[in-house]
Design a protein around this ligand. Structure first.
Ligand code: G6P
Length: 368
């Protein structure tokens, strides 16, 4: 009802604005700044067990899977440990190779998604250590995994997931920190990463402060029928999630690509009717993605850039920009996603879409 929306027009907008608080709750008590590590009791393994782990395998669907991809990158990047994300629905049917030296992390907001639950059962049958990263306390996946980490994001009502994603990523970054400290990170390196994670809620607040500017940009997008989202490295999962969000609530067709893949096919579709959303915030992939922006402009595609505040070079290359505060790219996965959530929200609102209950979608899909 209207009361629960606390003055917001939609649950989705309310949940977008709840993110600083939700992320604070997800990280509360879990960052040990003195020891430069994360305390995740659901992953309480002995030092020996942690070192013996061969691989982190992450399974999930939809938005939860996109969060998992950030987790894969972060665990490999920081902990130097093999990590992989797999679509939960595919896992069970392709005779996956998993064993007792693998830890399987099932990510699910609802804890009830049938595809993810099936993957959990398959992994358990194969003898893997299985843990859950779940929001809803006492849900089926939380119960069947036995061990795991609760998100503490609070109830998510809007069908399109927002705060669950950013909290999932926040927790996955802490998983990466914990694994990194058990393997190769010094205390100082751990302390630095803990500080960077701690800053995320404040950075998200700064993005929320751009809401009016983002709403203005959205006005130019209501008549497009199709869009590309491109990013590299940590910004690739953000491109996937950005594209998923706009599809879900505005019914504009969108594809998320690794920016480098553009030239291997999708570029054939670029013209003035096909805008490109480019993740151009500071980081290792930025210059190359700038090159893809130039290629897109050369084919008359309009470009919306997500850029670091004050980056005049990136601004000049784009038709529209959304600014996010400077931060390392691994935490910019969260801020850039929040910017794209607001963008999708406003496009859908301006189109008059049924934002909280998009057609054909359900909050959790309990059939395979
Ligand atoms: C449905 C929802 C998506 C969600 C996915 C996974 O398809 O519409 O928003 O990302 O399920 O849900 P889960 O609860 O497992 O995270």
């Amino acid at each position: 009802g209207a009361a629960e929306k606390s003055g917001y027009e939609h649950y989705m907008l309310k949940e977008i604005f709840e993110q600083p608080e939700a992320i604070r709750n997800a990280i509360r008590g879990r960052l040990d700044h003195d020891r430069g590590t994360a305390i995740l009791s659901g992953l309480n393994l002995t030092a020996r067990e942690l070192v013996d782990l061969h691989r982190l395998l992450i399974v999930g669907c939809g938005t939860s899977m996109n969060a998992g991809l950030v987790g894969e990158y972060a665990v490999e990047d920081f902990a130097g440990m093999l990590a992989e994300v797999e679509q939960a629905a595919e896992f069970r049917y392709r005779n996956p190779i998993v064993n007792s030296r693998d830890i399987v992390l099932a990510i699910s907001q609802s804890g009830e998604t049938a595809d993810t639950l099936a993957a959990v059962r398959e992994a358990k049958d194969k003898g893997a250590l299985v843990a859950g990263l779940v929001n809803v306390v006492g849900s089926t996946i939380a119960r069947e995994t036995g061990r795991g980490i609760y998100l503490h994001a609070g109830p998510e009502i809007s069908v399109a997931s927002t705060k669950a994603f950013t909290c999932q990523v926040s927790v996955l970054l802490m998983v990466a920190l914990k694994l990194a400290r058990s393997r190769r990170f010094s205390r100082e390196e751990g302390m630095k990463m803990a500080r960077e994670i701690e800053q995320v809620p404040e950075l998200v607040e700064q993005v929320l402060g751009q809401n009016d500017a983002i709403a203005k940009v959205a006005e130019s997008f209501v008549n497009y029928r199709s869009m590309f989202y491109i990013g590299r490295g940590y910004m690739y999962p953000v491109a996937l999630e950005g594209a998923l969000k706009i599809k879900e609530i505005s019914y504009i067709h969108a594809e998320g690509y690794n920016a480098a893949e553009l030239k291997h096919g999708p570029i054939a579709l670029l013209d003035e009717e096909m805008p490109v959303v480019a993740l151009l915030n500071d980081g290792p992939g930025k210059d190359k993605t700038m090159g893809n922006v130039a290629e897109s402009k050369a084919r008359s595609a309009p470009v919306l850039g997500v850029i670091t505040t004050g980056d005049e070079e990136a601004r000049a290359a784009c038709d529209w920009v959304i600014e996010i505060p400077a931060s390392p790219q691994y935490t910019a996965t969260i801020t850039a996603t929040v910017a794209l959530q607001l963008f999708s929200y406003h496009v859908a609102r301006l189109k008059g879409c049924e934002i909280d209950q998009p057609r054909n979608l359900a909050k959790s899909v309990t059939v395979e």
